[in-house]
Design a protein around this ligand. Structure first.
Ligand code: ADP
Length: 607
C-alpha cells in the first residue's frame, strides 16, 4: 500500500475512497429512505385515506340509518290504525257490552281474518277487567281467549290514557312483539281494549344480514329487533363510551350484554370474527320518534381498512421507487465525484512524480556537469603538464645560463635571459589561471561575456594539443567586441567540449581545419527577443552519421572507445546553452566534417 517513497499510493487512496466514503453515502441514503420514508409515507397515506374513507362511510351510514328508521316506522304505523279502527267499531262495542257466544264467534272470525291480512301476530279484545274475550288465534292451542292480561302495561295505559304501546315477549307464545292497544268506549264508559300484537320477524328478514348489523333497543337498553338473531334480548353495554340519543335507564339488570368491545374511537366496535381475529364496525344510533326506542347500525370498517391499506401500499411503493431513483441519482453523483477524485489524485500524483523526476534530473545534471568538468580537467592536465614541462626546462636552462653569464660579467646577456624567464613565467601563470577558472563551479549569475575572450581562452586550453596534432585554426570573428548573456566559465566549458570533439573527429585525417566563426543576426525571429549571435564551430573531421544526429545530445551517447568518451559533453553543453536562453544544434557540412552552431543572446555592451 505504501510505495517506495513511503507515501500512500494512488490506488490505495482510491480504494479507501471507494470503500469508505463515496459509495457508502448513497447506500446509507437508500437505507435511510427505505427504513424511514417508506413506513412514514405508508402510515401518512393510510391515515389520510382512512380519514377520507371514514368520512364517506359516516355519510353513507347516516343516510342508511335514516332509511332504516323510516322503514321501521312505516312498519309500525301500518298497523297502528287497526286497533283504533276496531275500537270504534260498533260491533266491538256491542260485543263488549254484551258478549254473546254468537258475537264472540263472529268476532273471532273477523279478528283472525284481519290479523291474517295484516300478517300480525295476534289481534284480540279484552274486557275492562283484562279478560280476553275474543282473539284472532282463538283456535290455536296457545290462543289468548280466556287469558287475563290486565297486568300488561299496554292494557293499563290504554284503559287510563286511551292508547297504550308496549314491546314485550308474549307470555303464552314467547314470541316478542309490539303491542298497540286502544280502549273501547260505549255509553261513556270504557268497556274494554283492542290489542294488536305485531312480531318483527318480517322486518328482520327484510334486514337480512348484509354489511350492516341493525338493532333496535328499547328504553331499558334491551335489543328487541335485530338482524343478528343471537343479539336479540341482549342489553347494550352498561358503560357506553358514546352518548346515545336515549340513555338506557338501567333496568336491563341481569340480562346478557352484547359482545361488543370498544376499540379506539368511541364509535368503533370490535366484534370477534367466527373465522378468527376481530372485525371493526362503525356504530351509529338515532332515537326513534316517541322517544323510547333507539335504532342502531353497525357498519363494517373493512372497506375503510382496505382503502387505507391500498393507499399505504401505493405510497410505500411510490416512496420505495422514489428512494431508488434518489439512490440511482446519488450513485451517479458519487461515481462522478469518485471519477473526479480519481482524476485529481492521478493529476496530483503525476505532478508530484514530475517534480520529483525534475529535481532528480537537475541534481544529476549538476553532478554530471561537475564530473564532466573534472574529466575534461583530467584529460587536459596531462596536456598542460606537458605544456608546463617545456617552459620549466627552458627556465632551468635560462637560469643556469644566467649564472654562467653573470660570472663572465655579460650583464646584457643576463638581462636578456631574465626577460625570457619573466615571459616564460607569465605564460605558465596564464595556463594555471585557465585551469583555476575551469575547475571553479558555475556561480549561477548571468552577465555579459565576451565572445572573443571566451573563444581565445578555450583555444588556449587546447593550444598544445592543436599544435601537436597540426590542426589549422581559422577564426572568423568581428573585430569589435561582442558580448552575450552568459557566464564565462560555462560558455568556455561548451566551447572546450566542441573544440575537443572537433579535434577528436579530425585525428588522423589528411585535412585538419578548425573554423570558428561568429555572425550577428540583427532581426531575430527567435524566442530570445533580442538580437542573436550565431557562433559556429566547424571541423574537417569524420562528420556525424545520419542515424546518430538525433541522438547526439542524449546523455551517454558516444561512438568513442570506452575510456575515451563518456557521451556527456554534448548533452551538458546543450543544457548549459538552453539555461543561457540560447540553443545548440549540430549538422554535417556539404564538403565533409561537422558543424555545431550556438545561438546566444547578444547584449550591447558590458553592463
Ligand atoms: P563524447 O565526446 O564523450 O563521446 P559527446 O557528447 O561530446 O561525448 O559526443 C557525443 C558523440 O557525438 C561523440 O561520441 C561523436 O560520435 C559525436 N560527435 C561529437 N562531435 C563531433 C564532431 N565534431 N564530428 C563528428 N562526431 C562528433
Amino acid at each position: 500500500m505504501f510505495d517506495r517513497n513511503g507515501t500512500f499510493s494512488v490506488t490505495a487512496r482510491l480504494a479507501a475512497l471507494l470503500t469508505g466514503t463515496v459509495l457508502a453515502r448513497p447506500r446509507r441514503l437508500l437505507l435511510a429512505l427505505l427504513l424511514l420514508g417508506v413506513p412514514v409515507a405508508a402510515a401518512l397515506a393510510a391515515g389520510w385515506s382512512a380519514g377520507l374513507a371514514e368520512a364517506d362511510l359516516r355519510e353513507r351510514v347516516a343516510a342508511q340509518l335514516a332509511l332504516f328508521d323510516a322503514n321501521l316506522r312505516a312498519e309500525l304505523e301500518r298497523h297502528a290504525a287497526v286497533p283504533l279502527a276496531l275500537a270504534r267499531d260498533g260491533e266491538v262495542a256491542a260485543l263488549l257490552t254484551d258478549p254473546t257466544p254468537e258475537r264472540i264467534a263472529r268476532m273471532n272470525d273477523k279478528l283472525s281474518g284481519i290479523a291474517q291480512a295484516l300478517d300480525a301476530s295476534a289481534l284480540y279484545i279484552m274486557n275492562s277487567a283484562g279478560l280476553t274475550l275474543t282473539a284472532s288465534n282463538w283456535d290455536s292451542p296457545n290462543g289468548f281467549v280466556g287469558q287475563n292480561f290486565a297486568y300488561r302495561p299496554y292494557f293499563q295505559r290504554a284503559m287510563d290514557q286511551g292508547e297504550g304501546h308496549h314491546f314485550a315477549l308474549g307470555t303464552t307464545s314467547f314470541v316478542p312483539g309490539y303491542y298497540t292497544a286502544h280502549r273501547v268506549v260505549a255509553e261513556n264508559r270504557t268497556v274494554g281494549v283492542v290489542v294488536l300484537k305485531v312480531a318483527f320477524d318480517r322486518l328482520e328478514r327484510a334486514w337480512a344480514p348484509g354489511q350492516e348489523k341493525l338493532l333496535v333497543s328499547d328504553r331499558d337498553g334491551v335489543v328487541f329487533i335485530t338482524n343478528v338473531p343471537e343479539w336479540r334480548y341482549r342489553a347494550l353495554p352498561r358503560q357506553l363510551p358514546i352518548a346515545l340519543p336515549v340513555r338506557p335507564d338501567g333496568s336491563s339488570e341481569g340480562m346478557d350484554v352484547l359482545p361488543w368491545a370498544f376499540a379506539g374511537a368511541a364509535d368503533r366496535i370490535a366484534l370477534a370474527d367466527p373465522a378468527g381475529g376481530e372485525r371493526r364496525f362503525l356504530l351509529a344510533s338515532i332515537a326513534m320518534p316517541g322517544g323510547d326506542w333507539t335504532l342502531h347500525s353497525l357498519t363494517s370498517l373493512d372497506p375503510v381498512t382496505a382503502r387505507a391499506q391500498g393507499a399505504g401500499l401505493l405510497a410505500a411503493a411510490l416512496t420505495a421507487l422514489a428512494a431508488m431513483a434518489v439512490h440511482a441519482l446519488a450513485l451517479r453523483r458519487a461515481a462522478l465525484a469518485e471519477r473526479l477524485a480519481l482524476e485529481e489524485a492521478t493529476r496530483l500524483e503525476l505532478e508530484r512524480r514530475v517534480a520529483e523526476a525534475t529535481a532528480e534530473l537537475r541534481a544529476t545534471e549538476n553532478e554530471l556537469t561537475q564530473a564532466a568538468k573534472l574529466a575534461a580537467l583530467g584529460q587536459m592536465s596531462a596536456g598542460i603538464a606537458h605544456e608546463i614541462n617545456q617552459p620549466l626546462a627552458a627556465l632551468r636552462s635560462f637560469a643556469d645560463n644566467a649564472v654562467v653569464l653573470l660570472d663572465r660579467g655579460r650583464l646584457d646577456a643576463v638581462r636578456g635571459n631574465l626577460a625570457e624567464i619573466a615571459e616564460l613565467t607569465d605564460r605558465m601563470a596564464a595556463i594555471t589561471r585557465q585551469l583555476k577558472g575551469f575547475a571553479r563551479r558555475a556561480s549561477g549569475t548571468l552577465g555579459p561575456v565576451s565572445i572573443q575572450g571566451s573563444v581565445a581562452q578555450a583555444l588556449a586550453l587546447f593550444e598544445a594539443r592543436l599544435r601537436r596534432e597540426e590542426v589549422e585554426v581559422v577564426l572568423d570573428l568581428p573585430d569589435s567586441p561582442l558580448w552575450v548573456v552568459g557566464e564565462d566559465v560555462r560558455l568556455q566549458q561548451v566551447l572546450v567540449n566542441l573544440i575537443g570533439n572537433a579535434a577528436d573527429a579530425m585525428r588522423g585525417r589528411p585535412l585538419r581545419r578548425l573554423t570558428i566563426a561568429a555572425r550577428v543576426d540583427a532581426s531575430p525571429t527567435t524566442a530570445t527577443g533580442g538580437p542573436d549571435l550565431w557562433l559556429s564551430v566547424a571541423d574537417s573531421g569524420t562528420g556525424i552519421a545520419a542515424a546518430d544526429l538525433p541522438r547526439l545530445f542524449v546523455p551517454f551517447f558516444t561512438t568513442k572507445e570506452a575510456g575515451d568518451g563518456l557521451g556527456l559533453g554534448l548533452s551538458i553543453s546543450h543544457g548549459i546553452v538552453e539555461d543561457l536562453g540560447g540553443s545548440l544544434t549540430a549538422a554535417n557540412q556539404p564538403d565533409g566534417g561537422a558543424v555545431f552552431t550556438l545561438r546566444l543572446k547578444l547584449v550591447d555592451q558590458p553592463l
